[in-house]
Design a protein around this ligand. Structure first.
Ligand SMILES: CC(C)(COP(=O)(O)OP(=O)(O)OC[C@H]1O[C@@H](n2cnc3c(N)ncnc32)[C@H](O)[C@@H]1OP(=O)(O)O)[C@@H](O)C(=O)NCCC(=O)NCCS
Length: 81
């Protein structure tokens, strides 16, 4: 179910013109990596080790993710070329 939700969010973001999505996760780096996300940075947020993960929506792989209190999601709207 988690991967279905991730891919649905990716599809919605892509349809709305977003080219990239970012999220922070403390526990599920491997889960998102399997869906095509890359770890861009690592940080410590309020005492919790977390990874900043990035998903390029212009790439061929489909997918996206999240849904817990430990996850912060933000989207960057970049003009498509
Ligand atoms: C991570 C999470 C959202 C995945 O949801 P899900 O419904 O289990 O996901 P799916 O069924 O689509 O995919 C399951 C696959 O992901 C893998 N997986 C699940 N959690 C994982 C994790 N933390 N790290 C790596 N792989 C993970 C499973 O082993 C499974 O692999 P398989 O297909 O080879 O059996 C869910 O397990 C969850 O909410 N976990 C607790 C909170 C959490 O870690 N949230 C992440 C945000 S910080």
């Amino acid at each position: 179910m988690g991967s279905i939700l991730v891919r649905a969010i990716e599809d919605q973001a892509r349809q709305r013109g977003f080219s990239r999505l970012n999220l922070y996760t403390s526990e599920a780096t491997g889960f998102y990596a399997r869906l095509g996300w890359s770890t861009a940075d690592r940080t410590n947020w309020r005492g919790v080790d977390a990874a900043l993960m990035v998903r390029d929506l212009r790439s061929d792989v489909t997918g996206f993710g999240l849904g817990s209190r430990a996850t912060l999601l933000e989207a960057s709207k970049i003009r498509r070329r």
